[in-house]
Design a protein around this ligand. Structure first.
Ligand code: SF4
Length: 486
């Protein structure tokens, strides 16, 4: 079916009219000043609009022009723009910006993409936004919302925001180029959210094919934390095998974290020690970070980023043969343990099956010990698809690593021991996967496996309100999975 783009955009234009205008559009409308639009766009990357608005207000009170900006030191800039995301990097870029503008562009902001991307702190997304918003010239700014929603609609089938931009340049009518970003950002922040889109309240639900979407349950109340009553607050927990943190950084990782806005993010297969990572990750605003890398550099490892300070952190499970590979990391909170694990791969010809089964057994023992104290949540890459429904080609893969009888039997024993596979509790449908081979265009064809899980002890099952797979989020060969928990 051809996607009825004109009809959809007309409906959305009416729908977003009363919603908040994205901050960069607002600054453009209020100031009509390309320099301010450029600075606000740099500030806005990976930052909530309210935070950007405040930081821009403080900064513009001191520096409204490149000349005034040149007089501010990096520490002054850091202080003025804190707490925008990656404020240290942004302060550095802003301090270098005036010289770049004067040396090459006579102190004026250029309007061509090729010129804009030569400025400090300006990537393709920023350049497109500045060109379209500040100069009203044709450009398509593809941020995480545009990329995600265009793929949900099936209007493009792409893996990265850059590929989406290129595909849209080919097929999106030019009359929509400038507007599409503001429209889909407002729609993506309010309704077609990255986690559990509000399809039940969506004005284009009957026109949308909802590709790769797990909608929120119809009729479910909005997720407002009940702080005043003292009731447990609803939290969003995300688990993601990033297959190399350094590799995923250039593929929209920070944007994905921003759009998910989770309370806890558990990462597996980080393949890095924190000192090997750039500041933009190790100083991620709003999160405390806990790292359990493997001793061997560039291999395995886990990490957890948490908005809340845990009572205690446990590195490993007391088994040196597994702990040296950084496979398990646990945060302890007042009323639950949050455990993330990167289960070993059984490898070709099941060469490492015994090692994996020993790990599996040790994990179950560990979980049972924790469960005796309080709620226990286990998330991560289990490296096994449990049932035939959990992979696209069960017959061809029977006995292969990740779908051997022995590995699947351990999943049976885990559930028999009183743990719940939260995703299956909410979604009995086939075709829901969290990992796709890089080969043979498997992801585009959805020839995948569901091997990333959130498991909870059965006594605490009712604390899990929702479970989702975010197959539209690119960057790794795995996609993030999540639960809402209270
Ligand atoms: S129906 Fe759901 S997935 Fe489709 S656009 Fe609306 S909110 Fe997004």
């Amino acid at each position: 079916m051809n996607f009825p783009l004109d009809e959809v955009i007309a409906k959305l234009e009416g729908y977003v009219r009363d919603l908040q205008v994205p901050i960069v559009d607002l600054i453009a409308a209020q100031t009509q000043d390309p320099f301010k639009v450029l600075v606000a766009t740099i500030l806005s990357a990976r930052t909530k609009d309210e935070v950007t608005a405040e930081a821009a207000r403080r900064l513009f009170a001191r520096a409204e022009t490149p000349e005034q900006l040149a007089k501010l030191t990096v520490p002054e800039l850091e202080k003025l723009i804190f707490p925008v995301g990656f404020f240290r990097n942004k302060a550095k870029h802003l301090s270098e910006l005036p010289r770049a503008l004067f040396e090459r562009f006579a102190g004026k902001v250029p309007c061509e993409i090729d010129d804009l991307v030569t400025l400090p702190g300006v990537g393709r997304k920023t350049a497109n936004l500045v060109r379209s918003v500040a100069f009203a010239l044709p450009a398509i700014c593809v941020d995480t919302h545009v990329h995600r929603i265009m793929n949900i609609w099936g209007y493009v089938a792409t893996e990265t925001p850059l590929a989406t931009e290129m595909a849209l340049r080919e097929k999106l009518p030019e009359k929509y180029w400038i507007r599409i970003n503001g429209l889909l950002v407002a729609f993506g922040q309010s309704t077609c959210r990255p986690v559990a889109p509000h399809c039940d309240a969506c004005p284009i639900a009957d026109l949308c094919p909802k590709l790769g979407v797990t909608p929120r349950k119809s009729g479910k109340a909005a997720t407002t934390p009940n702080v005043l009553s003292g009731a447990p607050q609803e939290q969003l927990f995300v688990s993601w095998n990033v297959n190399g943190l350094r590799a995923v950084l250039g593929k929209g990782f920070a944007e994905a974290l921003e759009s998910l806005n989770a309370d806890i993010v558990a990462l597996q297969e980080i393949k890095a020690h924190p000192e090997q990572l750039p500041e933009e990750i190790t100083t991620l605003p709003g999160y405390r970070q806990f790292w359990h890398p493997a001793k061997r550099k560039g291999y395995s490892g886990t990490a957890i980023f948490s908005k809340k300070e845990p009572l205690a952190v446990h590195y490993g499970i007391g088994k040196p043969e597994f702990d040296c590979e950084g496979r398990v990391l646990t945060l302890e909170f007042a009323d639950y343990f949050f455990v993330t694990a990167y289960f070993p791969n059984a490898q070709d010809e099941l060469k490492r099956l015994d090692f994996k089964l020993a790990f599996d057994a040790a994990m179950l023992e560990y979980m049972n010990r924790l469960r005796a104290q309080k709620t226990v949540l286990l998330c991560g890459d289990f490296n096994v698809a449990h049932k035939e429904i959990d992979l696209a080609r069960p017959k061809e893969n029977r006995g292969n690593p990740g779908f051997s009888d022995e590995e699947r039997a351990w999943m049976d024993s885990l559930l028999d021991a009183g743990y719940v596979d939260t995703f299956r509790k909410f979604c009995p449908d086939p075709g829901q996967y969290s990992w796709w081979s890089y080969r043979a265009n498997a992801r585009a064809k959805n020839i995948g496996w569901r091997i990333d899980y959130f498991v909870v002890d059965a006594q605490s099952e009712s604390r899990v309100l929702e479970a989702s797979i975010h197959s539209g989020i690119p960057g790794s060969d795995h996609c993030p999975v999540s639960i809402r928990f209270k």
